[in-house]
Design a protein around this ligand. Structure first.
Ligand code: FAD
Length: 394
């Protein structure tokens, strides 16, 4: 059932010709600019400044931001197609604009008119880029356990605490920051608020994480020590809405992670399909051995099912309906499909899967993150079950 809160997400579908032209431009960029540099940036874990500038030029930092604020105003379906396509070559780079767009989504859906006018045009051009800062050393899944506090002091808030694992933490300049404005509130979520937090005095970056995969995009600790921001930066202007705002924005986040999973599953399939037709054993391509065909059959099916679930969730979102359950199913299934397809592709590549000269090992390293980010898959299954039980009360 649509609610007033959910209606804000409604977007008409893009004209099919326009969408095809846009996706074609994205593909040309991926083939010409991304593919030649992906292995170097991934292996060296370096910031792809040239690609970020090109993404900015293409408008990707404003992809889902409304046109009235200078964004492209893309519906979730088109956005998911873009993310899936880029991810089928290099998933990590989509994190650079996606984390930023989740921050923008929080402001666009829950911000005051003045906040939208002030921040969204700069987010849309990529002049200000950033991400979402929820997780803390002691609180990931259990967001209500966060300890970062914001204390009102005249026209300001004074913020103290530490966030961890924050994507774009080093390269970004502004974050949607989840804090406690009333640490004693019971239930705990009533004491939580979201702030627009640009970097400034009292806001420093701690360690950069050395990660298994998801290279090139930085994941860092953010430290707040008597960091002062104007009270006007409280998203929505009312305290106590932060938990709802953080979890509301995650619907689009989950569709995005699902789309990345689709891309990783399809990219693994593409690499395995090419390799299986080139590699010969016993006098014929391994694609002609039944064992490899069984693998390919599973991979094609998983990739297709992941795609269908993801676009089902995105279409629901674009209709302006709540889609916790659909987004949860898409995120859960597509991320597991990414892990399984990349592992199966590793088997098809045999010993060469273990070499960094081949790309498949990157898909293997990158895919596991999809099961963790935007709510772990353990939580997704519980969200799905709760939605299902609500619809099926006996
Ligand atoms: C590369 C990377 C990038 C990230 N980027 C960001 C970012 O930009 N912003 C941000 O805020 N965070 C970010 N995160 C953090 C991420 O969202 C958390 O790691 C995630 O939410 C899980 O939290 P946790 O690591 O504290 O695990 P925990 O919450 O400690 O969970 C550990 C295990 O217990 C399970 N579990 C926990 N509670 C329950 C329960 N109630 N019932 C059943 N099972 C449960 C979990 O599913 C998991 O299997 C990032 C993480 C990584 C690795």
């Amino acid at each position: 059932m649509a609610t007033a809160f959910a209606l804000d997400t409604a977007r008409p579908a893009m004209d099919p010709d326009e969408e095809a032209a846009f996706l074609d431009a994205i593909d040309k960029w991926v083939q010409k600019e991304v593919r030649p540099v992906v292995m170097k940036h991934d292996h060296d874990d370096t910031w792809p400044a040239e690609l970020v500038a090109q993404m900015q030029e293409m408008g990707l930092f404003g992809a889902t931001i409304g046109q009235e604020y200078g964004g492209l105003g893309l519906p979730a379906v088109t956005y998911a197609k873009i993310v899936a396509h880029i991810s089928s070559y290099w998933m990590a780079i989509t994190g650079i604009f996606n984390s930023h767009l989740i921050m923008a989504c929080a402001v666009e859906r829950f911000g005051t008119p003045a906040q939208k006018m002030k921040w969204l045009p700069k987010f849309a051009t990529g002049e200000i880029r950033g991400g979402l800062a929820l997780t803390e050393p002691n609180a990931g899944t259990d967001l209500q356990a966060i300890r970062t506090t914001a204390v009102r002091d005249g026209d300001d808030y004074v913020i103290n605490g530490t966030k961890t694992w924050i994507s774009n933490g080093i390269q970004g300049s502004c974050f949607a920051l989840l804090v406690k404005t009333d640490p004693k509130a019971d239930p705990r979520y009533k004491g939580m608020s979201m702030m627009i937090a640009p970097k400034g005095p009292g806001f420093t970056v701690g360690k950069k994480f050395d990660k298994l995969g998801y290279h090139a995009i930085d994941s860092a600790e953010l430290i707040f020590e008597d960091y002062r921001i104007p009270a006007d930066n409280l998203i929505g202007g009312v305290e106590g809405q932060g938990f709802f705002q953080a979890t509301g924005g995650l619907e689009l986040g989950r569709i995005n992670v699902a789309a990345r999973g689709v891309g990783l599953a399809e990219g693994s399939l593409r690499l395995a399909t090419e390799y299986a037709q080139l590699r010969q054993t016993m006098g014929k391509p391994i694609a002609e051995h039944q064992a490899i065909q069984l693998y390919l059959g599973e991979m094609v099916t998983r990739a297709r099912a992941a795609r269908l679930l993801t676009f089902d969730a995105a279409e629901t979102y674009d209709r302006g309906e709540r889609c916790d359950m659909q987004a949860g199913m898409a995120k859960y299934f597509a991320s597991e499909a990414a892990v399984e397809n990349s592992q199966t592709a590793m088997r098809i590549f045999g010993g060469y899967s273990y070499s960094k000269e081949y790309e498949i090992e990157r898909f293997y390293r990158d895919s596991m993150l999809m099961c963790i980010g935007e709510g772990t898959n353990e939580m997704q299954r519980m969200i799905i079950a709760k939605g299902w039980l609500k619809e099926n009360r006996t």
